[in-house]
Design a protein around this ligand. Structure first.
Ligand code: FAD
Length: 384
């Protein structure tokens, strides 16, 4: 594995670090507590070219690959995890269009998605279908000139603010997973209704909603990829999404560690800063070691994703799941230790660590729960 970076890659990481520090972090608490999506942060990242690192130059991107992209997600998440999650979901939907879209679809949606003018969402989950994504019931019945959607989606991050949503549905429930097909549905399409935002444990700066379709007509030109190939589209996009979630969790973990180091140096008990106690030092040592291990796992998976390029048979499924599973499990533990180091103040909203802990719990659940990641890892280990 080659983790050396070109000058341009280092420049973009430095830029993201600076933006996260100076522009995202100062408003992170306000955004989380207001429960309002920060379109401003998203647009800023678009204007600075950060949303384009994963995409070819012909659509306005810089084509710097998955490793650079994932490192950007880590830096953004360190400043503001809500923005990290927003760009992670947005980029996963945009990557589906890049990989499986027609030339016309790419020309129509990607330049706006890269410049931050178009926000995308990714709608796979349903009220009765989460881990078992092959069991989705949302029906896209084939009609003259397109498809008539009836059914519902659940837990769609960015849904109320998204301009377009990549949606998975079945063209015929009798075909089971062979009927699953993906579509791009535009905001305001008649028959599509966005539900109210879920009241969540954390991540207040992203909206997560259900969507209901009632006789919603979607033209054939908005089908993404071939009929019946939607599960393949979803799984390929999710492997990238999992690396991105691992990077998101690593950024949050690093923030928790930085906060803990700073606090332990200034909090005095028994007449010395608490960082002088070996009990606190060992916590910091283990927190940092686990964070670094998660970082290396996501970077390895991202490196392999770049090597696989568009060859789906080389998609690093096991490595993406390992990174997601480890970095998010470690992340919850790290954030919990950060609260512990802050003592009673850690449990108070005055300090950011309780907010990091509430948010990071979700990373063990979305993009496929960590139980499902373990199933995927074991399946890869046991296959001939
Ligand atoms: C904040 C947030 C944002 C989200 N954003 C999106 C989004 O943008 N788009 C989207 O499509 N979805 C999104 N989701 C949905 C998310 O992907 C699902 O919640 C997740 O896949 C789990 O599905 P479920 O909630 O239906 O749980 P279930 O599938 O019902 O699982 C319940 C429990 O059973 C376990 N379990 C299930 N099957 C197995 C098995 N075979 N072996 C062992 N254990 C198993 C699970 O791990 C879990 O612990 C989001 C969820 C959250 C919380």
């Amino acid at each position: 594995m080659d983790f050396s970076y070109s000058e341009e890659e280092l420049e973009v990481i430095e830029l993201v670090k600076q933006v996260a520090d100076e522009r995202l972090a100062p408003r992170s608490r306000e955004i989380d507590e207001s429960g309002i999506f920060s379109g401003e942060n998203f647009q800023l990242l678009g204007e600075l070219g950060i949303l384009g690192v994963l995409f070819p130059e012909e659509f306005g991107g810089t084509d710097q690959g998955f490793l650079t992209y994932a490192m950007c997600v880590e830096e953004v998440s360190m400043g503001d995890f809500n923005t990290g999650l927003t760009i992670s979901v947005h980029s996963m939907a945009a990557s589906s269009i890049l990989k499986f879209g027609t030339e016309a679809q790419k020309q129509k949606y990607l330049p706006g998605a890269i410049s931050g003018k178009i926000l995308l969402a990714f709608a796979l989950s349903e009220p009765d279908s989460g881990s078992d994504s092959a069991s989705i019931k949302c029906h896209a019945e084939k009609v003259d000139g397109g498809y008539l959607f009836n059914g519902s989606k659940a837990w769609v991050t960015n849904a109320p603010d998204a301009d377009h949503i990549v949606v998975w549905a079945t063209i015929d429930p009798k075909l089971a997973k062979m009927g699953i097909t993906s579509f791009i549905i535009e905001k305001g399409t008649k028959g599509m209704e966005i539900g109210k935002s879920e009241l969540k444990m954390g991540g207040g700066g992203t909206s997560t909603c259900g969507i209901t379709f009632t006789d919603c007509f979607v033209p054939t030109e908005n089908r993404l990829g071939e009929e019946g190939k939607g599960l393949r589209t979803a799984l390929n996009s999710l492997s990238g999404g999992r690396i991105s979630v691992a990077a998101n969790a690593t950024g949050v973990s690093q923030r928790a560690i930085d906060e803990s180091i700073a606090y332990s140096k200034k909090r005095i008990q028994f007449e010395v800063p608490i960082c002088e106690f070996q009990g606190i030092q060992w916590k910091l040592a283990d927190m940092d070691t686990k964070c670094e291990a998660g970082r290396l796992l996501y970077r390895k998976a991202a490196y392999l994703k770049d090597q696989a390029n568009s060859d789906m048979s080389k998609d690093p499924i096991k490595e993406a799941s390992q990174a997601k599973c480890f970095a998010t499990d470690a992340g919850l533990w790290i954030c919990s230790e950060a609260v512990q180091i802050h003592g009673g103040y850690g449990y108070s909203r005055e300090y950011p660590v309780e907010r990091l802990m509430r948010y990071i719990k979700a990373t063990q659940i979305f993009e496929g729960s960590n139980e499902i990641q373990r199933n995927l890892i074991a399946r890869e280990l046991l296959k001939d």
